[in-house]
Structure formats: structure tokens, C-alpha cells
Design a protein around this ligand. Structure first.
Ligand code: PLP
Length: 462
């Protein structure tokens, strides 16, 4: 095999990167201009030696990498990757399987099938739910809502796959006012349109209010309706009241969709699964492997309680495909055709951790989030706005001059500059706040202590 050295170099450099992560600044250390200066070059006319390409790539981009693979990155909701999953992901690239259907890669199809069953059991979802492995929660929403669109319109005598949406009965989308942006994009992509979304009022912590949902359903009980709930609000980690919401929605034949991009993983922890009570009554669910399961990107999962509607939304027979009976063709369940055999990394993570290890990972992240928020709370000027329900917490810093937003922004910026940890800010109830998210397998009390010390230094100078 030619260019074997490039593969060996890449493996060595990747391992060294992960080894050194603990001692390097978490945030990038170069500006966009500096990065461009490092990478920019005329389109190469001729090829370059493979090993050289890899060495240059590593040298030029490393300072522009975000240390989100490490245990002191708390921005957004990301997660790292357990080494076994990274290793399986390397193999996935080397094997270069096309996981479009069973034919081009029997192994990919069967591993996905097995992982789908494992995930349903881990997440407490119905064993007969259909599923798909997609790039992330964004496409998982598209997949689930395409199934919802099929079923709701089919019930009104409209074949949306054949006729499209022009002239179709209208679809209402009653979505939590705290819904993630990806819900809106999914609704747009499916041709339903952003204007079909009616926000449902939430309580202070971001949970849908059942009375607001009941009122919204009452306004047009006969219309095709999708209700979008959340398992894990992005700011507070709060869970919607699933039992009550499903009862109200199902009474008028609405489809209930749950965005559980990270929060659905609470189901894997016996200490937290009570938060999801009633969630199994929903019609579709999404979550990410690349967040709390700690597998590499791109890894999202979608499940539906309506396999016929799910399959009708995607299956399209093509004569050149060899249909093997008794097996599951991935492209009949999701929007992609040629695609990465992404189930291998999921298989590796689930086997490496086991049900118990996943429960411990979830529990450890939740405990670390609480420790982090409690530790920051002891710093003079800190004001905790939301203690973690699971792994998300909110805190800000009060300023003597009353400009709390500016001080909070400044503290976060100083933490980023210091490099020990990475914290970001968001707007919550009109206030600038630091949002802490813990979903990395490496975060523990030691990482929390180092972070609290860095935040103290950023806030007080000592
Ligand atoms: C991350 C996230 C998404 C989007 O997921 P992707 O995997 O980035 O597509 C959607 N909803 C919530 C609540 C999230 O945290």
C-alpha cells in the first residue's frame, strides 16, 4: 500500500493531540486572519507527498482548534469522544463503506440494526419504534417531522409524497417557545413554513405550560397538528411535562415530537430517568450520539412510534438496487443516500461503556455541573440563576455600576483568554449569562476545581 506513512503519522499526531490536550489552552490561540495566513495558498497544480500533507495540516490548523475534546470545555452542548469510538471512527474511514443500504455494506447495515435496538433499550423507548442514524439532531428533526407530515396528511386523505404540499390541508406546529432553532429549520425544509409555528408559552425554567398547550390545541382541534416538546432545555436542562402534554395532544390526534438532543440521555441514568416520565408516549424522539454518548461527529438518532409513516416518507424503489429481503436498508428510513457507516462508532461507544458506564457518565456530568455552579457561586459577585436539573447551569456576575451584562461578558472573555477552561455566554430572560454545559466523559471534580479557580481569577484577579 502506498502512502502508509501518512496513516501512521495521522494516528501518531491524533494520539499526541489528545495526550497534550490537558496542558494546552482550551480555546483557539490564533485569529481568523492568522489562520487564513497559515492555510491560504494558490490551488495546488501538483500533488504533495502524503505524509507532508498531514504534517502541514496538523501544524497549520492545531492553534485554531477548539479543545472541545477535553474535559474543561463547557460552552454550548458538545461532548467529546471516548477513545474506543474515535478508534472505530478511524476504521469507518479506512473501510470506506457506503452505508446507503444493505447491498453496498452488509456489515454497516447489520451493525446499525443492532445499535438501533440497543439505543431504544438504553433510552427507554418502545422496542417496536422505527429508527434512523443521521448526521445530528437537525436531520433527525427533518426525518421525524417528515414521518409526522405523512401520517397527519394521510389521515386527511392526502398523499404528500405523491402530491406535495401545494393544496394540501394545512399543518400547525405547536412548538415550545424555547424550541431549538433546528426545529424551525426542519419545518422550513419540509415545506410547512416557519409561519405554521405557533409558540407555546413556557414557565420560568423553560417547560411548556399544559394550560397554554391545551388552549393552543383548542383553537383548531381538527387541523393536522404537530406538537414539539423538549427533553432538556438548552439553558436550564428542564423537561417538558410529557404525560400531560401527550394526553392533551393525542386527544385531538396530534403528533408529539420530542427534541432530546442531549436530555434524552438522562433516561440512561437510574438517578435521572424520572425526569422523562411519560416520554415513551410521544410519537417521535431525537437525540445525538455526538453529544452525551461521546462519539465523534456526525451522529444523530431518530426514533418514531409509527414505522409505516416513517418508511413511507423515505422509501422510494429504484430498479438498479438489489433489494435483499429480510434486511434493513438504511436509505428507506432517512434523507441520505450515500452515507458514512456511522453506526460503527456508536457500536464501539456502547460496548466500551456498557449500560452501567453510560449511566455513570451521565451521572458524573450532572454532578460535575452542580459542583461547577456551586463552586462559582462562592466567588464574590457571582449570582446563580439556575442550578443544574441535569448538566446545564446558568450564572452571571454582578457589577457595582449595575452593568451586569458587561461584567458577565468580561469574566467569560477573561476565562477564555486564560485558556484553562472555556465558558460561553447567552441571553436568558433578557440577561447576559454564562451557560455551563457538562457532557464530556473526562470532566470530573479535578477539572471542575481547575475551572472554578480560573473563573475566580477572571472575576476577582486572584
Ligand atoms: C444540539 C442541539 C440540537 C441540534 O443538534 P445537532 O446535532 O447540532 O444537529 C437541537 N436541539 C437541542 C436541544 C440541542 O442541544
Amino acid at each position: 500500500m502506498g502512502d502508509r506513512s501518512a496513516l501512521e503519522t495521522a494516528a501518531a499526531r491524533a494520539i499526541a493531540y489528545l495526550d497534550e490536550l490537558d496542558g494546552t489552552p482550551v480555546g483557539p490561540t490564533v485569529t481568523s486572519d492568522e489562520l487564513r495566513a497559515r492555510v491560504q495558498a494558490p490551488l495546488p497544480e501538483d500533488g504533495t507527498d502524503a505524509e507532508r500533507v498531514i504534517e502541514d495540516l496538523v501544524r497549520d490548523v492545531t492553534p485554531g482548534l477548539m479543545g472541545s475534546a477535553g474535559g474543561r470545555f463547557f460552552g454550548w452542548v458538545m461532548g467529546g469522544s471516548v477513545p474506543t469510538a474515535v478508534a472505530a471512527d478511524w476504521l469507518t474511514s479506512a473501510w470506506d463503506q457506503n452505508a446507503a443500504s444493505y447491498g453496498p455494506s452488509p456489515a454497516a447495515a447489520i451493525v446499525e440494526e443492532v445499535c438501533g435496538t440497543w439505543l431504544k433499550e438504553l433510552l427507554g423507548l418502545p422496542a417496536d419504534a422505527s429508527f434512523a442514524f443521521v448526521t445530528g439532531s437537525q436531520m433527525a428533526h427533518v426525518t421525524a417531522l417528515a414521518a409526522a407530515r405523512n401520517q397527519l396528511l394521510e389521515a386527511r386523505g392526502w398523499d404528500v409524497e405523491a402530491r406535495g404540499l401545494i393544496g394540501a390541508p394545512p399543518i400547525r406546529v405547536l412548538a415550545s417557545e424555547k424550541r431549538h432553532e433546528t426545529i424551525v429549520r426542519a419545518v422550513r425544509l419540509l415545506g410547512i413554513g416557519r409561519d405554521a409555528i405557533e409558540p407555546v408559552t413556557c414557565d420560568e425554567m423553560g417547560r411548556v405550560r399544559p394550560d397554554a398547550l391545551a388552549d393552543a390545541l383548542d383553537r383548531a382541534p381538527d387541523e393536522a397538528t404537530i406538537v414539539c416538546l423538549q427533553a432538556g432545555d438548552i439553558d436550564t436542562g428542564a423537561f417538558d411535562p410529557f404525560t400531560e402534554a401527550c394526553r392533551l395532544a393525542h386527544a385531538v390526534g396530534a403528533w408529539v415530537h420530542v427534541d432530546g438532543a442531549f436530555g434524552l440521555w438522562a433516561a440512561a441514568s437510574p438517578a435521572h430517568c424520572h425526569l422523562l416520565e411519560g416520554i415513551e408516549q410521544a410519537d417521535s424522539w431525537v437525540t445525538d450520539g455526538h453529544k452525551w454518548l461521546n462519539v465523534p461527529y456526525d451522529s444523530g438518532y431518530v426514533f418514531t412510534a409509527h414505522p409505516a409513516a416513517h418508511k413511507a416518507a423515505f422509501a422510494e424503489s429504484a430498479s438498479y438496487l438489489t433489494m435483499v429481503s429480510g434486511v434493513r436498508n438504511e436509505n428507506e428510513w432517512g434523507p441520505e443516500w450515500s452515507r458514512r457507516a456511522r453506526a460503527f462508532a456508536t457500536y464501539a461507544a456502547i460496548r466500551a461503556l456498557g449500560r452501567r458506564g453510560i449511566a455513570e457518565l451521565v451521572k458524573r456530568c450532572c454532578a460535575s455541573a452542580e459542583e461547577l455552579i456551586t463552586g462559582i457561586d462562592e466567588i464574590p459577585g457571582a449570582e446563580v440563576l439556575a442550578h443544574p436539573i441535569i448538566n446545564q447551569g446558568l450564572v452571571r456576575f454582578l457589577a457595582d455600576d449595575g452593568d451586569h451584562d458587561r461584567r458577565t461578558e468580561a469574566v467569560a472573555a477573561r476565562v477564555q483568554e486564560d485558556g484553562t477552561a472555556w465558558l460561553g455566554t447567552t441571553i436568558w430572560h433578557g440577561m447576559r449569562v454564562i451557560r455551563v454545559s457538562v457532557c464530556n466523559w473526562q470532566t470530573d471534580s479535578n477539572e471542575v476545581e481547575r475551572t472554578v479557580n480560573a473563573v475566580r481569577k477572571a472575576a476577582t484577579g486572584t
